[in-house]
Structures are given as structure tokens and as C-alpha cells.
Design a protein. Structure first.
Length: 308
């Protein structure tokens, strides 16, 4: 029995070896085809590894990019989801300008500038300053506030008869000189009543010809004539605005983003002191300032620093 068992084991081993040889022979019969198949599989596997590694790298880059974008677009306060990444390329300058002071409302503008820590620009009328001690006090508050710059908006505001006023450029020029002396202004910067005219450096823009000669004369005598890019009207009695805060903010942002303001990367807003007599008007202005402040690249600036 032992011999028979051993013999069986030998034959089984020989059979398995034969099977293995047959298998190898079968492989060898299709050697090139099998090798090509194995190589292809290996290449595919290698390619998958490369692709997976690439995907991992791309995902990592995307995560890094997203992190960088989030860092570059960080905001304080409520986030404005409409701000485009292209808005963050370079500083943009915002000039808040208030005409016709001193008037009731001027004192609140002075307080808001201080509370918000922003620069504002007041274009004053000489005759208003002389109307009462109270109004003169508002002028003094402006002049004593380092966040407020005071500029020239004429002495008589053309008596609101603009065509007549500008028909005599020399008389109009002398009116601005009187305002400068009366108000004790330090900067030779003016805004023409009833006219959106620019004359800064070698550049000028005229809306109505009847003020062009006066602007030319002022420029020849060393004055900068400042206009505006957009205007906000608020009813001084009801506090109702012609534009919502969001509408105005969007308008200003688009002017900066598209480069369509008078000077690229600079936007000048015109509004008036008497529009902020009511708490509603004051709240609207505060909300606008908060909206502008949330943008990391917006800077509030004085008109004296407006580029030539």
C-alpha cells in the first residue's frame, strides 16, 4: 500500500507539472499577445496613478486658490456677494462730497465722519456762513475736524440764476474769490453752482457751455474745478431718497469696476448738507458708508488728493 501511495503521489506531481507546462505552453503560444495585454494593463495602471496624482495636485491647487481668494476677499460686516474678484486688483478712491453748507444737517455730517472714521468733502457757500452764528458754528466744526476738508462753492450760489451768473465770467470769478476770503479756505478747489464741470490739470469736461468761460478763468488763476460722477438726492423733510442705498452702491461700484468715472479708479459722489436733517437721511448715509467700507480696496479720500 505504501508503495502504491508513493507511486500515486509521484504520478499526481507529474500530472500537476504537466498541467503547469501545458499552461505555460498555452501562454507561450500566445506569448506576444499576452505580453502586450499585460503591458497595456500596466501602462493603464501607471496612467491611472499619474491621473490620480494630477487630480490630487489639481484639487490641492484649487483648495489653495480658494483659500487665497477667500483671504483676498475678506470683509468686515455683511458680505457683498456681488463684488467681483477683479474689483480687488488695485485701490479705488471714493470721494463723498456735500454741497451748500453750512446748513441744518451739516452738524450731523461732521458727527458721522467722526463716528465712521472717514474723510469727507464740504463745498461751502460764503453767504450761508454769514446767515447766523449757528451756521457759522457748523463751518467751524468742519474746519476743526481733521476728517473734513472745506472747499469753495461760491459766495452767493449764483442767486440760483445760473445762466445770468455765468454770462459774466469775471463777476463770477470774483464771487468765488470773495467766498475764499470770507470762509478762510486753504485749498483752491471749487465746484460751480448748477454745473457739472471739470477742469483739473490739462483735462476738462463741460456739461453746459454757459459755465465754461468761468471754469477757464478759475483754472487760469490756479483753481481746480471739480464736478461729480453720480448724485444722490434725499428729501430733506421726509428723508426719502431717489435711490436706495444698494442701488447707489451698485452704481458707484460699477463706475469703478468698468473704469467709466471721470478718472479711472476714482468716483465722486455729489449730495447736499440739508438732506441729512432727518434721522432717516442720516441712517441712509451711514448705511452707504458701511456698504462702501466693506470693500477691502475702497479708500475714502479728500478732493485735494484727486489725481491730475
Amino acid at each position: 500500500m505504501g508503495k502504491i501511495f508513493k507511486s500515486s503521489l509521484v504520478w499526481m506531481s507529474l500530472g500537476m507539472t504537466a498541467l503547469g507546462l501545458v499552461s505555460c505552453n498555452q501562454n507561450s503560444g500566445k506569448k506576444e499577445e499576452k505580453n502586450v495585454s499585460v503591458d497595456s494593463v500596466q501602462q493603464k495602471n501607471d496612467s491611472l496613478v499619474v491621473v490620480q496624482n494630477s487630480i490630487t495636485k489639481v484639487d490641492s491647487l484649487r483648495k489653495d486658490s480658494i483659500t487665497k481668494m477667500e483671504e483676498n476677499t475678506s470683509y468686515t460686516g455683511v458680505k457683498d456677494t456681488t463684488v467681483l474678484l477683479t474689483d480687488s486688483i488695485s485701490p479705488r478712491y471714493v470721494y463723498l462730497t456735500f454741497d451748500d453748507g453750512p446748513l441744518n444737517g451739516s452738524q450731523y455730517l461732521d458727527s458721522i465722519a467722526t463716528a465712521k472714521g472717514i474723510k469727507i468733502n464740504a463745498f461751502l457757500i460764503g453767504a450761508h456762513d454769514k446767515m447766523s452764528k449757528k451756521l457759522h458754528g457748523f463751518t467751524e466744526r468742519y474746519k476743526n475736524n481733521p476728517l473734513v476738508d472745506c472747499y469753495n462753492h461760491s459766495y452767493w450760489h449764483a442767486h440760483d440764476k445760473y445762466t445770468t451768473f455765468y454770462s459774466n465770467p469775471q463777476t463770477a470769478f470774483e464771487d468765488f474769490e470773495l467766498a475764499e476770503q470770507s470762509l478762510g479756505l486753504q485749498h483752491k478747489i471749487v465746484r460751480l453752482p448748477g454745473r457739472n464741470i471739470w477742469y483739473v490739470g490739462d483735462r476738462k469736461k463741460v456739461d453746459l457751455k454757459s459755465g465754461a468761460s468761468t471754469a477757464e478763468l478759475l483754472h487760469q488763476n490756479g483753481y481746480k474745478v471739480m464736478g461729480w460722477d453720480c448724485e444722490w438726492k434725499i428729501n430733506g423733510v421726509t428723508g426719502k431718497p431717489d435711490l436706495t442705498v444698494n442701488q447707489l452702491y451698485t452704481q458707484m461700484k460699477n463706475l469703478l469696476r468698468k473704469g467709466t468715472s471721470y478718472t479711472k479708479n476714482n468716483v465722486v459722489l455729489l449730495t447736499h448738507d440739508n438732506m441729512y436733517q432727518t434721522k432717516k437721511g442720516q441712517k441712509l448715509l451711514s448705511d452707504l458708508i458701511d456698504s462702501l467700507k466693506q470693500h477691502p480696496n475702497y479708500r475714502f479720500e479728500f478732493m485735494r488728493n484727486y489725481p491730475k
